[in-house]
Design a binder for this molecule. Structure first.
Ligand code: Z5A
Length: 227
């Protein structure tokens, strides 16, 4: 992670006054749910006024769409329908929750965002990243997360953890190849934009991953507050 530029993220208003937008990403079972709590605590320790949310979801309509998208026993969805529903939920999330929070100066911590669409629909389901980029531009305009923390682990390890935890959803039924493709896109995106991404080795013991997440968040807060 290096220097960030507030102005690159949202050309709509006083960017330097808005809060920061932080996202946690990674394939199933890498520990996002566990590490959301660690990141939340680190931001609270830094006295940031915070909105914690998730995708798909985050609003009443978004949570209804989440049920449709994740229900493994639900009606089949075409790839195009699945992708558009992810972005429909995101459009509502941005309009109702994320942009208002950022614009009033709150920080937003989100469990998944558009990198998941690149990874799961773009690569996992092989829609291609170009189609995701079109939707990203349409739905988000210039807004991008200021920091994306990718929890990275081999799919073999992460899926074993996820399966030991409980029942699977529609995505967790996918093949190992699917998750290898998704993981690769996360890593490619981090490599292409090192100023906005931090990759943490999620195969480490829980305490070590938590320390790395807390340190990454604290470092980002320091950098943001200095700029
Ligand atoms: N999706 C999409 O396709 N396109 C999109 O645009 C968006 C989403 C936004 C949402 O699920 C699904 O939607 C997701 C992608 C898709 N696919 N699925 N499934 P989600 O994000 O709500 O849930 P998830 O990805 O399935 O997360 P998860 O299964 O809850 O996993 P996790 O949050 O990464 O892991 P965890 O629950 O924190 O940990 C799993 C277990 O491992 C648990 O027992 C922990 O105690 C344990 N654990 C965690 N860390 C460690 C370490 N370091 N060592 C040992 N054990 C550990």
């Amino acid at each position: 992670m290096t220097e960030h530029n507030h102005e690159a993220n949202d050309g709509t208003r006083h960017d330097t006054e808005r809060g920061a937008f932080i996202v946690l990403e990674g394939i199933e079972g890498v520990g996002k749910t566990t590490q959301m709590a660690v990141a939340e605590q680190a931001l609270k320790d830094a006295a940031k006024s915070l909105v914690c949310t998730r995708e798909p979801g985050g609003t009443a309509a978004g949570e209804a769409l989440r049920s449709v998208l994740l229900d493994k026993d639900g009606a089949p969805l075409s790839l195009e329908a699945e992708t558009l529903l992810m972005f429909a939920a995101r459009a509502n999330h941005l309009h109702e929750k994320i942009r208002p929070a950022l614009n009033r100066g709150d920080w937003v911590l989100c469990d998944r965002f558009t990198d998941a669409s690149y990874a799961y629909q773009g690569a996992g389901r092989q829609l291609g990243v170009a189609r995701i980029a079109v939707l990203e531009k349409w739905v988000q305009a210039e807004l991008r997360p200021d920091l994306v923390i990718i929890l990275d682990a081999e799919p073999e390890l992460a899926l074993t953890r996820a399966k030991n935890r409980g029942p699977v959803d529609r995505f967790e039924q996918e093949s190992l190849d699917f998750f290898h493709r998704a993981r690769q896109v996360y890593l490619d995106r981090a490599k292409a934009h090192p100023e906005r991404y931090a990759v943490i080795d999620a195969s480490m013991p829980l305490e070590a991953v938590s320390q790395a997440v807390a340190a990454t968040v604290a470092g980002f807060v320091h950098q943001w507050d200095q700029s």
